[in-house]
Design a protein around this ligand. Structure first.
Ligand code: PMV
Length: 358
């Protein structure tokens, strides 16, 4: 059997930063603070899972194949040996956790994978885009693994579209592989609180995300290291309270269609996170010269613009704007900074099964 799935990346408006310290063997990637994101659409991972015939009495073997050709736009992120190991380890986690979740949801499932698995994937964004590929790739892997475990994959893929609770259950498993991946199962607005992930009803106009790529260099500090080092900052005490308050503010603003308030709170939260980085011990920063230039330009010439400006753990800038203004903003940025590529994506609905072939 061959399964093809797609899962998008997401961009946080209130950032997940700082993991709870838990005993060894307990659930992983539980966040210190609630976070909230916008699910993207075409900036995504395509993932293919092939299952070969079962060998009686033997545990299935997993293999990572070279990237899928065709769907990627340019350079395809390569998993480092460590990343590859983490990815395959996540398949075992899915095999251990998903059968009982499927069972509890009344979906007939096997207790183990029925054969050896081969995985290959590709992202639609170049590695240099600085868009976290772990969110989309782990979400895609979790959904593909679940589809491989069910007895009636076609029925499952239909149920998947309609059943937000089922997607929330899968999101919890995905979170254990990559924290922010748990927000790529719903859309367009997703809340992540503790172990729970849910969709937020919105009265905002449809949104687009413009990603201004100011640098394509390797990240100096990975997000795992960032999650732990922020706790050494003198600004860490109070971060959970500050982020929690903004989380409530942004959630309410989304529900009530108050775009101004989303802009204001998302900007403050992004600055708060980057201030934790620069005041940590030892301090670090993702900002590059280009980051400062774009932020200065926006502050100087577009102070009152109705755009949300946010940065993840990287130097590139996300401008979130109403879809009706996306071409205007693309022109503003390209005219002033022709040297920086600008990707455009729109809000989306979360991970989906594309094809199941016998
Ligand atoms: O999922 P991780 O461990 O890569 O953490 C992602 C953290 C940020 O992207 C900086 C913020 C977020 O909420 O996505």
């Amino acid at each position: 059997m061959k399964i093809l799935v797609r899962a998008p990346s997401n961009i946080a408006l209130v950032k997940y930063m700082g993991k709870k310290t838990v005993p060894v063997g307990a659930q992983t990637n539980l966040p210190e603070n609630p976070s909230l994101s916008l699910t993207l659409s075409s900036l995504c991972t395509f993932l293919e899972l092939r299952i070969s015939a079962a060998r009686a009495g033997e545990e299935s073997a997993f293999r990572l194949l070279p990237e899928m050709p065709g769907d990627s736009r340019g350079e395809v992120p390569k998993l480092t040996p460590l990343g590859g190991e983490k990815f395959l380890k996540h398949l075992r986690r899915c095999e251990a956790l998903l059968p009982s979740i499927l069972d509890r949801n009344g979906i007939p499932a096997f207790s183990h994978f029925n054969g050896d698995l081969e995985v290959r994937s590709s992202n639609t964004f170049p590695q240099s885009a600085g868009i976290a590929s772990s969110a989309s790739s782990f979400a895609a892997l979790t959904l593909a693994a679940g589809t491989a475990l069910v007895k009636e994959p076609i029925d499952f893929s239909k149920r998947w579209k309609e059943d937000s609770k089922l997607r929330g259950d899968f999101a919890r498993v995905s979170r254990e592989g990559s924290g922010s991946s748990c927000r790529s199962f719903h859309g367009p607005f997703v809340a992540w609180e503790g172990a729970n992930v849910s969709e937020i009803p919105s009265n905002l106009p449809p949104l687009s995300d413009l990603v201004i790529i100011v640098s394509s260099g390797e990240k100096k500090v990975g997000s795992t290291e960032a999650h732990s080092r922020v706790k050494t900052s003198p600004s860490w005490p109070g971060r959970v309270a500050r982020a929690s308050e903004r989380f409530e503010g942004v959630r309410s603003a989304i529900i009530h269609g108050n775009w101004e308030s989303v802009i204001q709170l998302a900007g403050v939260d992004s600055r708060d996170m980057h201030e934790l980085f620069s005041s940590a011990e030892p301090p670090f920063s993702y900002f590059e010269k280009g980051t400062e230039s774009v932020l200065d330009f926006l502050k100087r010439e577009h102070r009152d613009a109705r755009v949300a400006v946010t940065l993840d753990a990287g130097p590139n800038i996300h401008l979130i704007v109403p879809q009706s203004e996306e071409q205007y903003w693309k022109r503003v940025i390209s005219d002033r900074f022709p040297e920086f590529p600008c990707l455009i994506d729109r809000e989306g609905q979360g991970a989906e099964v594309l094809k199941i072939l016998p």
